[in-house]
Design a protein around this ligand. Structure first.
Ligand SMILES: Nc1nc2c(ncn2[C@@H]2O[C@H](COP(=O)(O)OP(=O)(O)OP(=O)(O)O)[C@@H](O)[C@H]2O)c(=O)[nH]1
Ligand SMILES: [Zn+2]
Length: 229
């Protein structure tokens, strides 16, 4: 290997984590709603006071008319953007249908729009998720794949984590022959601040079962996702 490249890649292959499911994807953890009723949360008034502190921090007059209702609005917006913590991914996939006339190919739902918030900056990243799974006997309602995407997207996320969680939830609940998830997104923390690169897209994917084991199925999934829109 080129010495210059080697100098910026200090990790030896043996330092890499094993290719197993990360501990945080323990089904008992991620398949339930993330916020439990017994978990103490600050009162809404405390959250509004924190927003007021941030307004003062940026140099604003928190008493001016235009800002008087802003703390309330921001907390309400948070309730909306982060509602996924209170929703249960397993419940969404619970209802399945058995009359499939022997259907045995994968089912692909493409172009599921989503907006999530990055866990590093709490700024939006948004884009499209493409999800396929190969059912065993029973299929799930198509809208449920979009609902599942929203549940995980409406939490603080990295794109990699969002991708892995969607795939793992479908795997765990539906026990299909395989799952493929591809997400393409633009991160505002990278476009409107920091390095400020507008239009850069990030792609992440996760393949399980027959999609992981069969490159031809993976290729068919990718070509359908990339097909004419
Ligand atoms: N892998 C990954 N990184 C992300 C995601 N969202 C944001 N990031 C990155 O998280 C990194 C945080 O890097 P830090 O150096 O700790 O924070 P920072 O100083 O704000 O970094 P800059 O964005 O480069 O200014 C940045 O490189 C972001 O682009 C994501 O979904 N996945
Ligand atoms: Zn970020």
């Amino acid at each position: 290997m080129d010495a210059a490249i080697k100098s910026i890649r200090p990790n030896k292959p043996s330092d890499r984590p094993p290719e197993s499911r990360p501990a945080e994807l323990d089904p008992a953890e991620f398949l339930a709603a993330a916020v439990r009723a017994d978990q103490p949360r600050p009162a809404r008034a405390e959250a509004e006071a924190a927003v007021k502190t941030l307004l003062a921090y940026i140099g604003e007059n928190t008493e001016r008319e235009g800002l008087l209702d802003t703390p309330r609005r921001v907390v309400e917006a948070f309730d909306e953007l982060y509602q996924g913590y209170h929703q249960c991914p397993a419940e969404v996939l619970d209802r399945t249908f058995g009359e499939t006339a022997g259907y045995d190919d994968f089912v692909l739902v493409r172009d599921i729009e989503f907006t999530s918030q990055c866990e590093h900056h709490m700024m939006p990243f948004y884009g499209k998720a493409h999800i396929a799974y190969t059912p065993v006997e029973r299929v799930v309602g198509l809208s449920k794949l979009a609902r599942l995407t929203d549940i995980f997207a409406r939490r603080l996320q990295t794109q990699e984590h969002l991708t892995a969680q969607i795939a793992a939830a479908i795997d765990e609940v539906l026990k299909p022959r395989g799952v493929a998830v591809l997400i393409e997104a633009e991160h505002t923390c990278m476009s409107v601040r920091g390095v400020a690169k507008h239009g850069a897209s990030t792609f992440t994917s996760r393949f399980t079962g027959m999609f992981r084991d069969n490159p031809a199925e993976q290729a068919r999934f990718l070509s359908l996702v990339r097909g004419t829109r």
